[in-house]
Design a protein around this ligand. Structure first.
Ligand code: HEM
Ligand SMILES: [Cu+2]
Length: 682
């Protein structure tokens, strides 16, 4: 009846895991209790869980990412503590099995449940308004994507309390990930968490491709799109082309595991290298999927806070496109050491190095934008500057690893671990923090506190440097990655330094939590009344903060790059139309949520071999799709009167703001003191 699930699946004997489960249960109970106590279930259900609004979906993606950032970080800190205390003559505090679950879980969560939802969340927040649209092309599909991503994430959470998570690394290399070597539930949790959320991501790809190609405001030609929208468009091309490779690879691995196929086994005609090829045919484009939108954010932020048009807009676009195109031709650099001949290695080595060129072009463009600009050192700009400094180091060590001769020495060493964190943290994570601090006022109507933001920035930057620079040295000293214990005493001091670095990163994270709480408490002081807190250049700043459900009462007409800046300079910004019309918007629906819950149950059933449950959940999923497809009444109308009412309120706020013009002027022009407080006017 319950397949292989029994009470023994709960790891009672492991104190660490049980405490984590208890903590999770308590947190869950507090959230449920508070929602019940304040009577907010109806509101939560109506306004959020069933929402198809791109802003709300974006926010829910980002919440998921922050929860998993905390979990991923705790796993990282535990690994750091283990390696610092597991040198010769010591044993650390973790079994090697548990350590393997930690690096597998950490890598999987950070890439697929932190980086991906951050990116998709930012794109949801910013892209529709940047192109002057009211929502995405397929709002319901957007909600399906969101809930499939949550379903995958919840499988990872559940794996802690029931059974275990994978031990085969975030890459799940065969043949180790085959049934014969890892018969437990671990690899199955890993497969279905990624598979389900990955399908959600593919759907997001389709959705935003259509949105960006079809929903742009009149006059916004492709070459007038904001750079962040360009980066989103190109990222979504990568998503649509690359994710199916992962879906198929995981599908074949499941056939191996469930039905004893032999696609990737070492015998009976299987070929383990085929899995590794398929994984990286997705995996390398994936690293660009998580970096290109960050490049987009840095471009927007640099232009805004330098108060200049971005230098080399066109080369920026071409560089994005070239990087994306080339990203499909370099996957073999992940296994230079796995047996192909020198000629093949050389071809992929050269291809890899060539990608450095368009990336370098972008760095020079950002620097040229900053050249002679009066830079405002607000939080988003700080993250951008930290990125340029630190990411360049990571980029260069990447070019080093692209040399097969060096890779033979550095493959699977801590040097590699240092390299990829060096591009992922200052690149993706800093980029998304820049986007978070930049668009937060747009989503919520108030800014994030500057002082705590600066502390967070320094915590992350210094912590990252202290945590990861020693790993380059450890790699050069020969330390392999994924080691639960080791016998070389020379590594221990550097591993302690790395652990200290993780503590400093933790300081940064704590500051971000304090920042959020303190900003909510001071939301009136930090309020953004105009909708344009930074002197923005693109259309999202032409809406109110937070935006009305329909974003724009009248769709704007675009005449050039930096459409909103144009409008402000021509005096056409903040104009009221003669009259408002009715606006049709998509209606909320529970179908996405139901699909997500059913997908979670489906995955759970398969992982534990509870076949009837999986079949039942599959039927519910089909039912939800059919139900939704048969619903004709999917829109509702906001009558012109109500639009007028909402817009009146918006203009009242703008008028209020202009009474405080001096303050706002001095802030948006950067005349602020070191705490980010405006200098007193006059
Ligand atoms: C916040 C601070 C972070 C710390 C202290 C940290 C620490 C670590 C450690 C100790 C490992 C294991 C290294 C080894 O194999 O010896 C690791 C692996 C990994 N980390 Fe991080 N990490 C952090 C953030 C991130 C972020 C933000 C990402 C991605 C966005 C990431 C992605 C990965 C991946 C993909 C692996 C490889 C997992 C595997 O071997 O399968 N990490 N990290
Ligand atoms: Cu690669």
């Amino acid at each position: 009846m319950l397949g292989r699930l029994s009470l023994q699946a709960i790891p009672y004997d492991n104190v660490i895991i049980m405490s984590a489960v208890a903590l999770m249960a308590i947190t869950g109970a507090v959230v449920v209790g508070a929602t019940t106590y304040y009577g907010q279930w109806g509101y939560l259900y109506r306004e959020w869980l069933t929402s198809v609004d791109h802003t709300k979906i974006g926010i829910m993606y980002i919440i998921l990412a922050f929860v998993f950032l905390l979990r991923g970080f705790v796993d990282a800190a535990m690994m750091r503590a283990q390696q610092a205390t597991a040198g010769p003559g010591q044993s650390g505090y973790l079994s090697s099995e548990h350590f393997a679950e930690l690096f597998t879980g950490h890598g999987t969560m950070m890439i697929l449940f932190v980086a991906m939802p951050l990116i998709i969340g930012m794109i949801n927040l910013a892209v529709p308004p940047q192109i002057g649209a009211r929502d995405v092309a397929f709002p319901f599909l957007n909600s399906v994507s969101l809930w499939l991503t949550y379903a995958g994430g919840m499988l990872i959470m559940v794996s802690m309390a029931l059974g275990q998570f994978g031990t085969a690394g975030w890459t799940g290399y065969t043949p180790f990930s085959e049934q014969a070597f890892t018969p437990s539930t671990g690899v199955d949790y890993w497969i279905w968490a990624i598979q389900i959320s990955g399908i959600g991501t593919t759907l997001t790809g389709v959705n935003f491709l259509v949105t960006i190609l079809r929903e742009r405001a009149p006059g916004m030609t492709l070459m007038r799109m904001p750079i962040f929208t360009w980066s989103a468009l190109i990222t979504m091309v990568l998503v649509v082309l690359a994710f199916p490779a992962l879906t198929v690879a995981l599908g074949m691995l499941s056939l191996d595991r469930f039905f004893d196929f032999h696609f990737f086994t070492g015998d009976m005609g299987g070929n383990q290298m085929m899995y590794i090829n398929m994984f990286w045919i997705w995996g390398h484009p994936e690293v660009y999927i998580v970096i290109l939108p960050a490049f987009g954010v840095f471009s927007e932020v640099t232009a805004t806070f330098c108060n200049k048009r971005l230098f080399g807009y066109k080369t920026m676009v071409y560089a994005l496109a070239v990087i994306a195109f080339m990203s499909f031709g370099v996957w073999v650099h992940h296994f230079f050491t796995m047996g192909q001949d020198a000629l093949r290695n050389s071809i992929f080595a050269i291809a890899t190095m060539i990608i450095g060129i368009p990336t370098g072009v972008k760095i020079y463009n950002w620097m040229a934008t900053m050249f002679r600009a009066r830079i405002e050192f607000k939080q988003p700009m700080l993250w951008t500057l930290g990125f340029i400094l630190l990411f360049t180091i990571g980029g260069m060590t990447g070019v080093m690893l692209a040399i097969p001769g060096i890779d033979y020495k550095a493959h699977n060493s801590e040097f590699l671990v240092a390299h990829f964190h060096n591009v992922l943290i200052p690149g993706t994570i800093f980029g998304m923090f820049a986007g978070y601090t930049y668009w937060f006022p747009k989503a919520f109507g108030f800014r994030l506190d500057e002082k705590w933001g600066r502390h967070a920035f320094w915590g992350w930057s210094i912590g990252f440097t202290v945590a990861f620079m020693p790993l380059y040295v450890l790699g050069a000293m020969g330390m392999p990655r994924r080691m639960a214990s080791y016998s070389n005493p020379e590594w221990t001091p550097l591993l302690w330094v790395a652990a200290l670095g993780a503590v400093i990163v933790m300081y940064g994270i704590v500051c971000q939590i304090i920042q959020l709480i303190s900003s909510i408490r001071n939301r009136h002081r930090l309020a953004d009344l105009t909708g344009d807190p930074w002197g923005g250049r693109t259309l999202e700043w032409a809406m109110s903060s937070p935006p009305a459900e329909y974003n724009f009462p009248v769709i704007p007409r675009v005449h050039g790059i930096d459409a909103f800046m144009d409008m402000k300079e021509n005096g056409t910004a903040y104009q009221r139309p003669a009259e408002y019309g009715d606006i049709h918007m998509p209606q909320n629906t529970a179908a996405g949520l139901i699909l997500g819950i059913a997908a979670f149950v489906f995955g759970f059933g398969l992982i534990w071999y509870i076949w009837w449950l999986a079949i039942l959940a599959g039927l519910v999923m089909m039912g939800a799709v059919i139900w939704r497809s048969c619903t004709d009444d999917v829109e509702f109308t906001i009558p012109a009167d109500e639009v007028k009412h909402i817009e009146d309120e918006r203009f009242r706020k703008i008028a209020l703001a202009s009474q405080q013009t001096d303050v706002i002027d001095s802030e948006s022009r950067g005349r602020v003191n070191i705490d980010g407080e405006p200098l007193s006017p006059g």
